[in-house]
Design a protein around this ligand. Structure first.
Ligand code: BDR
Ligand code: CA
Length: 317
C-alpha cells in the first residue's frame, strides 16, 4: 500500500488531485495538511472537508497550517478558483471546521513521517510554507520521507502568476527556496510549462463529468467557474488557454500514485530567485552545475497521458 500525505491549498485542481488519490487502489491517504494559497487557510480546510465528505472519507484527518507566507504575505487566485476556492457554489451542508484536528499541520507532518519512516510520499500542491516550517522544526523530516512530489515552479521564464513565476512559488518564494535547498530526499516536480503542455480537451472533460455519480455532480458544480474563466479570451496563462483544461495538481498526484506515470524526467539541481525585481519566485535551473548542489530534482518532461485520463475518470466513479 502506498502511503500519502497531501499538502493542499484546496482549489479546484487540488480537489481533483485529492479525489484521484482517494479513488486509487492500494493508496492510503494518512492525512491532509492545509495552507494558504488559492484562498484563506480556513476556506482551504473547509474545502478539503467538503471533498472528503463527497468521497465518504471524513475519517482522514485534516490539519490546519500556515495562513501566510514565511514573510507574511498572502496571494490568492479568487479570479480563477472563485473567492472560496471551489467556484463559489453555496453548500449549506458543508462540514464544520470543528472537524479540523487540534494538532497543527506542521507538527502532524513531522509526526506522521516519523511513524512511517521511509514509507510516506508527500504530495505538495500548494505554496510550500508548511514544508519549509517542517524542515526548520525538524531537519531530519525530509530524510524520513520516501519522496516529495511538487506541483510548482517553472522551467522557463513564463510563469503564470507574476512576470516570471508560477503561482505556488510566487505565493511563497522563501518557502520554495528552503524546500528545494534543504529537502534531501528524492523530489519529483510537475512544473507549470509541463502541465500546460498536457492539457485535457473539453471533450474529455465532458465525458469525465457525465459519469453518473455524486462525485461527478459535485465536480461539475465546483468546476463551472474556472471552466468559464479558462475559456474566456483573456485567460492565457492560467490553467487553460481556452483549448482545454490543465488540472495542474493532479500531475504531481498521479506521479505519487504510480511512478511509471513519469515516462521521462530531466534531472537537474534547482533553486529559487528571491531578490529579482521581475524574477522573484522564478525557479532557476543549474544546468551548468555551478551551484555545487547534491540533490538534483526530477522534472517531469513526458508522462503517460492514457494512464492519467484513467486516473482522472476513476476519481469520479
Ligand atoms: C497552481 O496554483 C494553484 O492555483 C493551483 O491549485 C496549482 O497548485 C498552478 O500554478
Ligand atoms: Ca493547488
Amino acid at each position: 500500500v502506498k502511503k500519502l500525505l497531501v499538502d493542499v491549498d484546496c482549489g479546484v485542481d487540488d480537489a481533483q488531485a485529492i479525489m484521484m488519490a482517494l479513488a486509487a487502489p492500494d493508496v492510503r491517504v494518512l492525512g491532509i495538511t492545509c495552507v494558504h494559497g488559492n484562498t484563506s487557510v480556513e476556506n482551504v480546510c473547509r474545502n478539503t472537508l467538503r471533498v472528503l465528505k463527497v468521497c465518504h472519507s471524513l475519517e482522514i484527518p485534516v490539519f490546519r497550517g500556515a495562513s501566510r507566507s514565511i514573510l507574511g504575505h498572502s496571494l490568492n487566485l479568487g479570479h480563477f478558483h472563485g473567492k472560496d476556492g471551489l467556484g463559489d457554489v453555496p453548500d449549506p451542508k458543508a462540514p464544520g471546521l470543528e472537524l479540523v484536528q487540534n494538532e497543527g499541520a506542521v507538527e502532524a507532518m513531522i509526526r506522521i513521517a516519523s511513524e512511517h519512516v521511509g514509507e510516506v510520499s508527500l504530495v505538495a500542491t500548494a505554496p510550500l510554507t508548511n514544508l519549509a516550517l517542517a524542515v526548520r522544526l525538524d531537519p531530519t523530516f525530509p530524510q524520513k520521507l520516501k519522496g516529495l512530489y511538487i506541483m510548482g515552479g517553472n522551467t522557463d521564464s513564463r510563469g503564470n502568476s507574476t512576470t516570471c513565476a508560477e503561482f505556488n512559488f510566487a505565493a511563497d518564494p522563501e518557502a520554495a527556496y528552503i524546500v528545494l535547498n534543504d529537502f534531501l530526499c528524492p523530489i519529483y516536480m510537475a512544473c507549470w510549462e509541463f502541465t500546460s503542455l498536457n492539457k485535457l480537451s473539453w471533450e474529455f472533460c465532458d465525458l469525465w463529468l457525465a459519469q453518473d455519480s455524486e462525485k461527478a455532480r459535485f465536480m461539475e458544480k465546483i468546476f463551472a467557474y474556472c471552466r468559464k474563466v479558462s475559456c474566456a479570451e483573456r485567460c492565457h496563462e492560467e490553467m487553460g488557454d481556452g483549448t482545454g483544461f490543465v488540472p495542474c495538481d493532479s500531475y504531481a498526484m498521479a506521479a505519487a500514485i504510480d511512478d511509471s506515470f513519469m515516462v521521462e524526467c530531466m534531472q537537474v539541481a534547482v533553486t529559487v530567485e528571491l531578490t529579482g525585481t521581475y524574477t522573484r519566485g522564478m525557479m532557476v535551473l543549474d544546468h551548468q552545475e555551478l551551484l555545487s548542489k547534491n540533490n538534483k530534482v526530477f522534472i517531469m518532461k513526458k508522462v503517460d497521458m492514457e494512464m492519467f485520463k484513467e486516473l482522472m475518470m476513476n476519481a469520479l466513479k
